[in-house]
Design a binder for this molecule. Structure first.
Ligand SMILES: CCCCCC/C=C/CC(=O)SCCNC(=O)CCNC(=O)[C@H](O)C(C)(C)COP(=O)(O)OP(=O)(O)OC[C@H]1O[C@@H](n2cnc3c(N)ncnc32)[C@H](O)[C@@H]1OP(=O)(O)O
Length: 718
């Protein structure tokens, strides 16, 4: 709702009240319309201030209402009512003015912002455009290039930048509402002719066409199939080419296209999913709201390879005191240099303070003795990690949390090396660890709720989105990835090429196809894991070369590794590069010949594989494993999986994540296609639809937010 009061006799004050961010729900919009009419009708009131309760102006349209039938007064007539008012209206912007909140502010005649406020049009991240005149007013106020930048990127600006751009009239360090009241008194009775932004002509820079062309190219490059950024450009174009009223019509048309697109639904689902994962729960009943994190001031990192360095940087930048340990002098000194460079680049790029003094380096594991939390990031080798955990258990102070950055090894086996297995959890960071936002917090059967809560909180302080997952081979992300990779290998055996598979996946929206990613991360990484699992056998011919444990196996990756083709680092992998460390993947005729020889050797006849088969086999097996993970209680809900895939594996955000995507395709269709491929490939267990997937498909494909009700029933019912 919106609350009306009178201040200093002549100022009508409208306060938005809808915690936590004063979103423009139907009740708030109704409140604004009613109180505006009241303020305009009271003769004693000479000017009006609009502000938000609890130091937040407004977080925009209420996203939760988007799925429901529209009720209450629409936003557009509401902002027109404010702009057309005969008394000056001043927006007092504290905290945030985002989306519809900024549109509300732009309809006011003046804007006063607190210095800490942030303003922006983040609609593009929800698959939308500013649909209450934002695309028509902002270019009129700040010019086309700045409007295109803000609307197509969705970035928030500080009050200072907003002042510079001309979005706000004044910035105050003091109370913005008090300042707005004073300001409102000072402008009472003044003409408003020059204050209604919709009446401004839209500036037309001479290189207008080039500006729009560049903006379109930019969004095409970065949007990977998302339609909102390009549509935002079209809407701003209308502000320049059409009179205001016609521009508003065009904005409405374009908004409606986006609003009704599957992409907007996916992005809005993802918005809430990213917030839902912080309300974690574990299979044995621990929960975010009943588990208290331990205080962590001093953290330690053991092993300063690529991952350890990234984790050290991320911890230091988050304000933790860090002890960084690497046992060899030479490696320690290289790591020190590497970390310093990363900190300097971070400070330059993001304007964060240099954090060198937060880090102490040591060659001795003893140096971690007084840390509150230790993250082991040594080589991915169970025997080595076990030794480290035995040492840590002996050295660390009582109560210290012992974490491993393993990407898939058994947390419980490591916990069993310590005297306090309840204090052991996985903190699986993604490379580069100081950049990637995702953290899988892996709890074992003995991890205490307190340990999980502590790791989740440390991750949050590091700026990560932390997702709690159970302990199993590969956890959530890598366990699902295994199925996806396996299908990609099988497709090569059957006649596809790496570039064909990658193209299909990139057209779907992945930043990089599976083979390019494999070249980037190094083929040797998976090879080592497969060797440790006893999968890499010397048999190179005959059917047995392609069967392990009774199931189909492709040794293609192993064969490339045996030839020293580890990907980008060696200049050759699934593609070729101009030099070791080269980044630009080029089709490799050698690889095509190699695949032909391989097929001939194994009696495989290449066939034409179409786009649909590549997509379905790669994605549906990955999704199927996701259902198996839900069924096993490794992830608490589909949101956890979707956030992991978007933030850690380049799944296109505008498709919501693999589980959301499956819900949109239709679970019955996913089951039907898996069964189809399973008939053709009965030796591939990943194509067998999971029980949970079948069950959800059979009960009529319930909406994704209803899945938890089915999952949470006792497992015997699945
Ligand atoms: C048919 C309709 C026609 C409409 C035409 C006009 C169209 C206008 C389009 C819009 O205005 S779309 C909305 C634009 N606004 C945003 O995208 C803002 C989204 N919110 C944020 O970015 C952040 O939440 C924040 C406001 C910066 C605050 O961040 P903070 O980290 O402090 O808190 P959170 O955990 O993110 O949020 C707290 C809580 O609030 C919920 N919430 C936030 N914004 C909205 C919103 N706009 N509508 C509904 N709910 C919102 C958020 O979901 C959290 O609650 P939860 O229970 O934890 O999920």
């Amino acid at each position: 709702m919106a609350f009306y009061s009178r201040v200093s006799g002549s100022v009508g004050m409208i306060t938005l009240q809808n915690p936590p961010v004063n979103a423009l729900s139907a009740a708030v919009r109704q409140g604004i319309v009613d109180t505006m009419h009241r303020a305009l009708s009271e003769p004693e009131v000479k000017s009006v201030v609009i502000c938000g309760q609890n130091g937040k102006f407004c977080g925009g349209a209420d996203i939760r209402e988007f799925g429901a039938t529209m009720a209450g007064p629409p936003l557009v007539p509401m902002v027109h009512l404010i702009e057309a008012a005969s008394k000056p209206v001043v927006a007092a912007i504290e905290g945030i003015a985002l989306g519809g909140g900024l549109e509300l502010a732009l309809s006011c005649h003046y804007r006063i912002a607190h210095s800490k406020a942030r303003l922006g049009f983040p609609e593009v991240a929800l698959g939308l455009l500013p649909g209450a005149g934002g695309t028509q007013r902002l270019p009129r106020l700040v010019g086309v290039p700045a409007a295109l930048d803000l609307i197509t990127t969705g970035r928030h600006v500080t009050a200072a930048e907003a002042r510079q751009l001309g979005i706000v009239d004044e910035v105050t360090e003091l109370n913005a509402v008090d300042a707005a009241v004073k300001f409102a008194q000072s402008v009472a009775g003044k003409s408003l002719d020059a204050r209604r932004i919709s009446t401004y002509p839209c500036p037309r820079p001479p290189d207008l066409d080039a500006i729009f062309e560049r903006a379109m190219q930019q969004v095409r490059r970065s949007s990977r199939g998302a339609i909102a950024p390009g549509t935002c450009v079209q809407a701003v174009h209308a502000a320049v080419t059409l009179p205001y009223a016609k521009g508003m019509e065009r904005e409405r048309e374009l908004f409606s296209v986006l609003f009704n697109s599957g992409q907007a639904r996916a992005l809005q689902y993802y918005f809430f999913a990213q917030r839902a994962v912080s309300r974690w729960s574990t299979a044995n009943g621990a929960r975010w709201d009943t588990s208290k994190p331990r205080p962590v001031r001093k953290a330690a990192v053991i092993g300063l390879g690529t991952m350890g360095r990234g984790i050290t940087v991320s911890l230091a930048q988050a304000g933790f005191t860090v002890v960084a340990v690497e046992t060899q002098e030479k490696q320690l000194s290289e790591a020190k240099q590497g970390v310093s460079g990363m900190l300097e680049r971070g400070a330059k790029r993001r304007g964060v303070p240099l954090a060198h003094d937060k880090i102490k380096y040591s060659c001795s594991v003893q140096a971690v003795a007084d840390a509150d939390l230790v993250i082991e990031a040594v080589f991915e080798d169970m025997a080595l990690k076990k030794t480290v955990f035995q040492q840590l258990s002996a050295i660390c102070k009582p109560g210290a949390l012992l974490c491993t950055n393993t990407s898939g090894l058994d947390i419980d086996e490591l916990a069993s090396q310590t005297q306090s297995p309840e204090l052991v959890v996985g903190m699986h960071f993604f490379a580069p660890a100081h950049v990637m936002q995702l953290l899988e917090v892996v709890y074992g059967p003995r991890s205490s709720p307190e340990a999980v809560a502590t790791a989740m909180q440390v991750g949050k302080k590091m700026g990560k989105v932390s997702v709690a997952v159970g302990n199993c081979r590969g956890f959530v992300g890598n366990r699902m990835l295994k199925q996806y990779l396996e299908q990609a290998f099988f497709l090569l055996e059957e006649g596809a090429t790496p570039e064909q598979v990658d193209q299909v996946l990139e057209e779907f929206g992945f930043a990089m196809g599976v083979f390019k990613v494999s070249d980037l991360s190094g083929l040797d990484v998976g090879w080592k894991v497969r060797k440790a699992d006893g999968l890499v056998s010397p048999a190179s011919t005959g059917t047995s070369a392609r069967i392990r444990g009774g199931s189909r196996y492709s040794p293609l990756g192993d064969l490339l590794c045996e030839r020293g083709r580890f990907g980008q680092k060696t200049g050759k992998g699934w593609y070729q590069y101009d030099k070791p460390g080269g980044r630009v993947a080029k089709v490799d005729p050698w690889l095509h010949g190699f695949l032909e020889d391989y097929r001939a050797q194994h009696g495989l006849v290449a066939r034409r594989i179409d786009h649909q088969e590549v997509l379905e086999r790669c994605l549906y097996t990955l999704i199927n494993e996701g259902f198996q993970i839900l069924q096993d209680g490794i992830a608490a809900g589909p949101e956890d999986i979707d956030v992991i895939y978007v933030l850690g594996y380049g799944w296109p955000r505008h498709r919501g994540g693999p589980m959301f995507y499956a819900s949109q395709v239709g679970l019955d269709k996913v089951v039907e296609r898996l069964e189809h491929y399973q008939q053709i490939h009965p030796d591939v267990p990943g194509l067998q639809p999971s029980r949970l997937l079948r069950k959800l498909a059979a009960i009529n494909n319930p909406a994704i937010h209803k899945w938890r009700e089915v999952i949470q029933k006792p497992r015997s019912q699945l």
